[in-house]
Design a protein around this ligand. Sequence first.
Ligand code: MEV
Length: 316
Amino acid sequence: MPAITSTAPGKIILFGEHAVVYHRPAIAVPVQSLRTRVVITADPLATPGTIHIEAPAINLNSDILDLVPEDHLVLTITNIMKEIGITYIPACNIRISSTIPVAAGLGSGAAASVALIRAFSTFLGKPFPDDLVNKLAFEIEKIHHGTPSGIDNTVITYNMPVYFQYGQPLQKFQIKLPFTILIADTGVPSKTAITVRKVRQGWEQSPEKFENIFDEIAEITNQGKHAIEIGNILALGKLMDQNQILLQAIGVSSAEIGILIDAAKQAGAIGAKLSGGGGGGNIIALVDEESAKNVGKALLEAGAKHVYQNQLRTSH
Ligand code: MEV
């Protein structure tokens, strides 16, 4: 049997992170240049049912039986088997490799789930449709971080720019003019679960204040969608700046994020904000052709561990 391979992209959130957990809309886009790859090969010499998993990014090299049952990879595999209704599987090796930085707000967890669900269901002869991949990946997101909105698994499963609101049908949108985003890594790992919990505590203490901020973020997200649809890049940058101020107000920015944002803006970025859970992780900066190089350089000089360039356009 030939090896089964599946890949999934990373993601960035352009507008609306955290507020989206409280059922406000958010906009996310896939990042094609950062990817997780899952390769599954049958192992006819091993005892049937043996599954060996190797995932160097998280220092994992183990038989599935040696992992705790609540491990998210084990749960992904058992959920797929339950869904298909089988208990027996041929022995196999699963290798998960990724260029998406872990705990950096770029969707590494959701990408691993999506690629694994696709590859393993195909390996078992029942490749799952996107809606089922998305549903199962959402179940795993819940284990990763308690109360996820579902935006990460959605943008990564469907692999297209999305305007997402919990419980609403997914909306696509057109990108009138292509635009360039630099993604810069603070190098500070930050688990989304922790910042999501921090926001929850703030919301419990001052519900009115947080609800008002979430409403303001929702308004910015809607204006951001409009700016993208009409190709108003200057407005888009301003809205990113405004979103960042509100993310600061709910306590998910950090000194390192602030340093990179200031460096990007001083070097000519049109707008900049954190992206994803915050508390560390990555910032995104909107640049034009003239400023891209300078901003990239300034970000590295200000301490960014990596800068990735990503051009956003509607794919046809
Ligand atoms: C994480 O990429 C985005 C958050 O809004 C969490 C979520 O939506 O589940 C911080």
